[in-house]
Design a protein around this ligand. Sequence first.
Ligand code: SDX
Length: 437
Amino acid sequence: MEDNYKKTVTNDTATLSVRGKSYELPIYGGSTGPEVIDISTLYRDTNMFTYDPGFTSTASCESTITYIDGDKGELLYRGYPIEQLADKSDFLEVAYLLLYGELPNKKQNKKFKNDITYHTMVHEQIVRFFGGFRRDAHPMAIMCGVVGAMSAFYHDSTDITDPAQRRIASNRLIAKIPTIAAMAYKYSVGQPFVYPRNDLNYSENFLYMTFGVPTCENYKVSPTLANAMDKIFILHADHEQNASTSTVRLAGSSGANPFACIAAGIASLWGPAHGGANEACLNMLNEIGTVDKIPKYIDKAKDKNDPFRLMGFGHRVYKNFDPRAKVLQQVAHEVLEELGVDDPLLEVAKELERIALEDPYFIEKKLYPNVDFYSGIILKAMGFPTSMFTVLFALARTVGWVSQWGEMITDPKQKIGRPRQLFIGESEREYVELDKR
Ligand code: SDX
């Protein structure tokens, strides 16, 4: 990434006064969004660290990829509003945009889609990894293991200093992640793995590998479901420096190979506070069961002494509607109508949203539905088991992780990430022999 892409080094400084001494810290502005105060010299000058658990006020990097305006509920991929991309683009075109910064022209679009299509098969030895897992293993456990194992297969694309190898590794990850995700599903249901088909587009191919049962019957992918799948992938593709993307960046900052970095991102995404919330949200809706039980769960969510939270609600950045949730609410209607599914959970979800949005607790804390609130209902209607929901999130987010990893590697200011701490433990003390304790 060229230095100072659109960064303005303002002439302003922030003055920090510490016990009678003043320090001038540079202020930088970006192309949009909050300015930053450069504190990189703070420890050298003051022998003090900043303290920001969860990085609520900390920018870890410069980036040109994705921008979120949490107050307005806006999400831009390389400047394009997510609503426009979800409506007009397709997932691989969005992948190209995130990777290279511009929408591809016809020639670039064709070549990129070819490159991905012809990398969708996995090394046949990878099949053997699945046999080591129990059939009831959580698919995310399989994803962590098999994607990490890719490091053992593609040695010719692990030299991160070589742009050509970085591009091949990126294409391999984007191309093979759907194949591995479909294999994780097939393994869990005891069906044979289905090889990819080069005559299908990315989302069609994923649905075919997941739900097709070749030789038994000729599985026809529904265009409506393939479009819905593609839209869901677009919505989940990237999201600034969220927990799993920050994990990928931190792993990559040590020089780890891209396959290992993406496996680390998958592990972080799995948590119920992050990508695991779609699975947790559907489980919560099932537990609530009927509309009349909603008030009880709203009260539980508000009770400080109850660890229960409304899954699919709230966000570190959005203090307004997550724009992805709005699109997904529409997709939910389209998919359920297409499938003729009358899922009472959709009514429970809509009523839960209505009640929560009128409740002073949620209004005061600015808690709105996020990307995980409706996605589970759609995926359940499409036939995915709940345990596959976060796998689909990881499949889509691989494009964002790879894009952010590539930006980090080419950032001239990049160095190994190594936060410090406020130490509150024991000061130095002498060892005590066992018979004296
Ligand atoms: C994703 O970062 C990203 O961009 C993530 C993501 C992406 O695309 O990568 O958008 C994907 O992870 C979406 C979020 C999915 N998670 C959930 O839906 C789980 C439920 N949500 C929460 O756990 C929570 O809202 C977080 C984790 C999402 C955000 O937590 P924060 O920013 O750390 O906020 P917080 O926990 O400090 O909450 C602020 C207050 C607290 O009350 P007080 O201590 O101030 O009194 O709001 C309350 C919380 O108790 N609160 C909730 C709540 N979320 C926050 N209360 C009830 N239900 C909730 N869901």
